[in-house]
Every structure is written in structure tokens, then in C-alpha cells.
Design a protein around this ligand. Structure first.
Ligand code: BTN
Length: 321
């Protein structure tokens, strides 16, 4: 029997009861194999009703980021076609990087319910309570030069804004280069890591941490979650699926060098443009007015001393207006 045959059948035929005999005939396995699989699924948190003289019926699926659940109905070409989900990892980025070195195909996606050593940008840690949020890493193999990599990070942030708007109707913004904010509170962060040779990308690991259902009290200061924004619990599986579908389209724009639409979107969604900012750059800090993000994804700042600076990497803080 295909590993998920019983689950797939019950999921696709939820409106009726299905007897053990019917399932065993359709799936061409013994009734006891069906029964064992029903017990396994229940252990995994699937609620399956067994009604005497009627049969089995799937009542609910667990709030877990199981690869099968996310993949069921996932409308992507390559993103998440190969997917692994873990109860616990040190860091999805580290595990994904290892797979990248082993040569796995583009689009491999990893989810974890908890990270022991979740990493943020600039050596920070990423804190997320178990089983409430989304922690994922995606392996990408674009034929791009190093200077184009930041466009992938920006496009991942653009996709997040669209997915959150679809789920909540609320408009969020990007704090350049890669934080997703609701007002001044962080909802998601992106950590892009890569293996490269000369000026050519070998592979990219895009790591994304999204505060989905955690309470503000469980998160670092100045953070919030999609649940807090929406005022209701979010279906993490549906959100993960929707994000992968949206991001695949946006990523293909970068990969195929169709930057114009994305560039308009990241400027539209930029919460940094127009703000007073302090940018921490290697070895120095500059302060001034952020004037916009250009087609290359770089941030322009008019410094207090009147200079126009173009920033391609660094960390930006928004100052009070
Ligand atoms: C940041 O805002 O500093 C980036 C945070 C990125 C966190 C994600 S969670 C999944 C992936 N695995 C990690 O260890 N980090 C990224």
C-alpha cells in the first residue's frame, strides 16, 4: 500500500463513511492493514470517526506541518515537490544547506515545529515557540550572479506580504531588506545563505521564520503574529501552501530576470521608504531619510550631511518621525 493511501482516500472522500471492506477493496490491501493504518493516523493526530455499520470518516487533520498535508493540493511546479517536515531540528537552514551540498534538486523544502539553534541575520538567534509558527527553508539553484541574490530575499518578503494579505486582508510592509512588519512590529524574518563560486551562485538556502499563531508574550520584544493581526487562529498548513504557491511565481520572475513588476511591488510594500533611518553598514553607521528601493533592490538614503548613499547590504532601523 502507498504510504498515504488511506489518508489520501479519506481526505478526498470526506463527506461519506467508508467501511474497512470498501477501503480494503479500493486500496487492494487487507482489512487489517487498513485498520492498522487508521490507528497510525490517529496517533499522528488525525481525528477519524469509526461508526458501527457505516465505516470510517475523516473529521479533522492535526495542526501540524506534515509534508503530506502541505503537499496535498499544493499547486506548485517545483517548490515543495520534495518536502521534509521535522518535529525538531537545530536549524532548518543548516539541514537544508547540507542537502544543498549533497546535490538535491531545486525546490526542496524543509519545515520544523521547533529549532534548537534557530538563527537570524547578523549572528542573532530566532526564537519561536514549538508548534505554533512556521519555520522553513527552501533550496534554490538560480543561475544568477551574487549581486542578484538580494532580489530573491526581497521577492520572498514580497510574497509574504501577499500571502498575509490573502489570509487576513491586512496590509503589511517590508523593513528593508527583509523584515516583514505590521506597523513597527516584526511578523517574519528571512535569512538568505548561499554557496557560491567566483561570482556565480551554486545554491541558495532561503530560511524564513513566520510568527503565525504565537502570542505576543511568547515572542521577542517588538514582534507580533499573524494571529494577533487577524484576531483569529490561522490554518498553518493552508498558509504554508499559499506562501509556497505565491513565492514560486515571484521567485521565477527573479530567476528569469523579469524584475520590473517585482521592483514595483517591493517599492510599494516598502515600509522603509520615506522613513528616517539608521543603517548599520560594515564598519560605519549612517543616518538620514530613506528615499526608496531601486530596481536592483538597493536602498537609497539621503544622509543628514546631504549625501545620496546606495546601500546593497546592511541592517536598517526605523527612527521615530
Ligand atoms: C532575521 O530576521 O534575522 C531572519 C530570521 C530567519 C529565521 C528562519 S527560521 C527558519 C530558518 N532557520 C533558521 O535557523 N533561520 C531561518
Amino acid at each position: 500500500m502507498k504510504p498515504d493511501a488511506v489518508l489520501d482516500f479519506l481526505r478526498d472522500n470526506r463527506s461519506a463513511y467508508h467501511s474497512g471492506e470498501e477501503l480494503s477493496k479500493i486500496l487492494k490491501v487487507t482489512r487489517s492493514a487498513v485498520w492498522k493504518e487508521i490507528q497510525n493516523l490517529r496517533k499522528l493526530g488525525y481525528e477519524i470517526e469509526a461508526r458501527p455499520h457505516h465505516g470510517y470518516r475523516l473529521l479533522s487533520v492535526p495542526d501540524r506541518l506534515y509534508a503530506d498535508e502541505i503537499q496535498s493540493g499544493l499547486k506548485t511546479r517545483f517548490l515543495g515537490r520534495q518536502m521534509y517536515s521535522y518535529e525538531e531540528l537545530d536549524s532548518t537552514n543548516d539541514a537544508c544547506f547540507k542537502l544543498g551540498k549533497e546535490g538535491v534538486a531545486e525546490g526542496v523544502t524543509l519545515f520544523a515545529e521547533y529549532q534548537n539553534k534557530g538563527r537570524g541575520r547578523l549572528g542573532r538567534t530566532w526564537v519561536s515557540p514549538r508548534g505554533k509558527n512556521i519555520l522553513l527553508s527552501v533550496l534554490l539553484r538560480p543561475a544568477l550572479s551574487l549581486s542578484d541574490v538580494s532580489k530573491i530575499t526581497l521577492s520572498a518578503a514580497v510574497s509574504l506580504i501577499k500571502a498575509i494579505r490573502e489570509a487576513t486582508g491586512r496590509a503589511l510592509g517590508i523593513r528593508w531588506p527583509n523584515d516583514v512588519l505590521f506597523g513597527d512590529k516584526k511578523v517574519a524574518g528571512i535569512l538568505t545563505e548561499m554557496s557560491a563560486e567566483a561570482d556565480q551562485v551554486n545554491f541558495i538556502v532561503l530560511g524564513i521564520g513566520i510568527n503565525v499563531n504565537s502570542e505576543t508574550s511568547e515572542l521577542p520584544a517588538q514582534s507580533t503574529s499573524i494571529k494577533e493581526i487577524a484576531g483569529e487562529t490561522i490554518d498553518r498548513v493552508a498558509f504554508a501552501r499559499s506562501y509556497l504557491e505565491i513565492f514560486e511565481k515571484d521567485y521565477l520572475c527573479v530567476k528569469e530576470r523579469r524584475f520590473e513588476k517585482l521592483a514595483r511591488e517591493w517599492e510599494d510594500y516598502s515600509a522603509t521608504s520615506g522613513r528616517r533611518v539608521v543603517a548599520s553598514l560594515p564598519g560605519r553607521k549612517i543616518q538620514g531619510q530613506a528615499t526608496g528601493i531601486d530596481e536592483e533592490g538597493a536602498l537609497w538614503i539621503r544622509t543628514d550631511s546631504g549625501l545620496q548613499e546606495r546601500i546593497t547590504a546592511g541592517d536598517v532601523q526605523h527612527l521615530a518621525q
